[in-house]
Design a protein around this ligand. Structure first.
Ligand SMILES: [Zn+2]
Length: 674
């Protein structure tokens, strides 16, 4: 999802419910932030290294669905067949379904328990939800016991290990006007964006058994991988953008469109398959059925409209990825100029950095949905702002890696997809617009302010539907995203981090990691104990305040002794920039491990006869330090002599207080960016 609430969230005055910091769990009986975190014991399914083990298993759900759009009544109706395969060692006497549309009923938990200002809320009088027909399991009628947005089916026979069942069911739903799906009313017709539009089997896993947290709105999705064969019947003048590959282009496209689509499959330049000028030109009567197949995906979304223009080009090197844009006239000229090329950049950038994009299509649709991701297809509403469209495109396609490929549980751990995605978006934006021009740049002060807000935000590990004070934007996106940047560029360094992060994706692509699997993998593959970082940044909500205490210097003897202190719960390595009277500067570091031994730590060195003029902690301002006033030491006894002032014009051009102006001849031991 694109975070639409963050700015407002930060502005909300939250004097309501302060989180008790003392309620933090006391890990391993130690109050030290460095203490080992008491993670679940490992086994053959999930290894201590953080990798999936030899006994790893996950369920599978393959779907064949026929669905018809009733444009007049803005509803969908269809029938589904699901082959559900039990790969666990456990016999299952019942299965649970996700019925996400039921969150849009007036009496749902989501409707009643959500605060009124959530962005996805439908009008109060909207009567949403699924209408379910008779369900059958292996041909026998079964009841679906519906409880809010989940449903239970007691099986006629237990489903044994290794066995499959065939679930079939008819269903219908009225399309909600907006949310993570919805309808855009354009000049040339309605754009329908459809997602979580069919009942689906919930996840049964080794961590929670059946995952039965109902969809309430903020918590997104956690679903099984499977193959989808979906037939979509729409008015004959509609164009359908579906997940995966179109299976029957000959039946639904004109000869000219077929030709242009084939051309696009060999072009890195954007090819217009249906231009805006053609909209409304050809209006055949009746209906057409568009058939799509999407393999190894965790759900199926699509969009349909008679108002679509359609562009495409390929990304990818070894395997071509058809990048497509579907948009109404109102999105011109931004979408026709750039949408496909933005998609190409994103697919290429993350493929090269993180893991190859595994599917053959990547489709972007312009409609009412602000920004939302589904496997191989995303929805983005931006029509005017170039930077805005790049940002939302990059973000939503970034989700193809997290969680579409690395299938984390979004309903519990939004940070594992939103935070990781916010993190990778930073570098993608820099690659596209040039270093220093990514929008997320320079966020340390903002992060510090939000971390130190009153009341203090909950820990990142809080489930999205349980986050107070509208802080989802900070806890799922901003804080974890910035934390990953710190971990890469400040704590581990890009090389060490990237190897470990790629290992995480390699291990868990098309599988479902827990937070612990991520934490353990990063430690295992980077070769570094990060308990202090996971606890401080993810499990707890403490803040950082590094400070310079006493400074003792005897230049003639060459002795410098600086006491650095850590005044709050959170710990980080220390970087100090020291300026001397002869114009030289150096940087010194204190490893984070020092804070395991003391909250005040002496740092000593030989100044080589030089007098210290100034010391600054965190000179590049990358740490979310809540009090920067105590980061600087100025030597008040030191007076600039005349010779220095007059003699060195190069120095006069520099703002000595701005660490970014440190000349390259001065020693610089650590950089905040790469
Ligand atoms: Zn997102």
């Amino acid at each position: 999802m694109l975070n639409l609430t963050s700015r407002r969230a930060f502005a909300v005055a939250g004097a309501v419910l302060a989180l008790s910091v003392s309620a933090q769990p006391d890990y391993a009986g130690s109050e030290s932030i460095f203490a080992p975190i008491p993670w679940a014991s490992h086994d053959e399914v999930r290894l201590a290294s953080g990798a999936p083990g030899s006994a790893y298993w996950q369920q599978r759900a393959d779907y064949t669905i026929n669905v018809t759009l009733d444009e007049e009544n803005t509803s969908l109706s269809g029938s589904l067949h699901c082959t559900y395969t039990n790969n666990s060692k456990d016999p299952l006497r019942y299965i649970w379904l996700n019925l996400e549309q039921n969150a849009f009923k007036p009496e749902s938990i989501g409707t009643r328990a959500m605060l009124p200002n959530v962005w996805w809320r439908v009008p109060p009088d909207f009567e949403g939800g699924f209408d379910l027909g008779q369900a059958q399991v292996d041909g026998q009628d079964v009841d679906v016991l519906v409880y809010d947005a989940v449903g239970k089916i007691n099986l006629p026979e237990p489903l044994g290990p290794g066995e499959s069942l065939d679930l079939s069911m008819e269903f219908s739903m009225v399309i909600p006007p907006r949310g993570r799906l919805g309808m855009y009313e354009g000049e040339d017709g309605t754009v329908f964006e459809l997602a979580h539009w069919f009942p689906n089997v919930a996840v049964y896993d080794d961590v929670h058994g059946w995952n039965i947290l109902p969809h309430q709105g903020d918590g997104e999705f956690y679903t099984n991988f499977g193959d989808y064969d979906v037939s979509i019947t729409v008015p004959a003048d509609h164009i359908v953008a579906g997940a995966g590959e179109l299976q029957n282009p000959d039946e639904v496209l004109t000869d000219q469109q077929l030709e242009l689509l084939e051309k696009a499959r060999h072009s890195t330049e954007t090819i217009s398959i249906r231009s805006v000028d053609e909209i409304g030109e050809d209006r055949p009567e009746g209906t057409k059925t568009w058939k799509f197949r999407a393999e190894n995906v965790r759900t199926f979304a699509f969009a349909t409209s008679r108002a679509f223009a359609w562009d495409a080009a390929i990304a990818g090197e070894d395997r071509p990825v058809l990048c497509q844009a579907f948009y109404p006239r109102e999105a011109m000229p931004l979408w026709s100029d750039e949408a496909v090329q933005f998609a190409r950049h994103t697919i290429n950038f993350y493929s090269e950095w993180i893991h190859e994009y595994p599917w053959s299509t990547a489709t972007n649709v312009n409609g009412i949905v602000g920004g939302m991701e589904y496997p191989t297809i995303v929805f983005c509403s931006e029509q005017r702002n170039r930077r805005g469209l790049f940002g939302v495109t990059d973000h939503e396609f970034g989700h193809e890696w997290f969680p579409m490929m690395v299938n984390s549980d979004e309903r519990r751990h939004a940070w594992m997809d939103e935070g990781f995605n916010t993190f990778i978006n930073h570098y993608s934006g820099e690659a596209f617009f040039g270093r220093g021009n990514a929008r997320s740049r320079g966020g340390a002060m903002g992060i510090a302010r939000q971390m130190n807000a009153d009341p203090r935000p909950q820990p990142i590990m809080t489930f999205p539907d349980r986050i107070r004070n509208n802080e989802l934007g900070f806890l799922a996106y901003g804080k974890p995203g910035y934390g990953m940047q710190l971990l890469r560029d400040y704590i581990l360094g890009p090389e060490r981090f990237d190897e470990a992060f790629r290992e995480y994706v390699r291990r868990w692509a098309f599988k479902s990691p827990t937070p612990e699997d991520f934490f353990r993998t990063m430690e295992d593959a980077a070769g570094y104990d990060l308990a202090w970082f996971w606890r401080g940044w993810f499990y707890e909500n403490g803040v950082l305040d590094q400070a310079i205490g006493r400074v003792h210097a005897e230049p003639r003897r060459g002795v410098v002794n600086v006491v650095v202190s850590n005044n709050e719960r959170l710990v980080m390595p220390v970087v100090m920039a020291i300026e001397y009277d002869d114009g030289t500067e150096e940087r010194r570091e204190l490893p984070v491990e020092a804070w395991a031994r003391a909250d005040e730590f002496p740092v000593s060195w030989d100044s080589g006869g030089r007098t210290i003029v100034r010391i600054e902690i965190d000179p590049d301002h990358v740490l979310p330090d809540i009090d920067r006033d105590n980061n600087v030491y100025e030597n008040e006894d030191f007076e600039v002599d005349d010779e220095w002032d007059d003699g060195d014009s190069e120095q006069e051009d520099l703002d000595e207080r701005d660490p970014r102006n440190v000349p390259s001849t001065r020693s610089k031991t650590k950089s905040s960016s790469n």
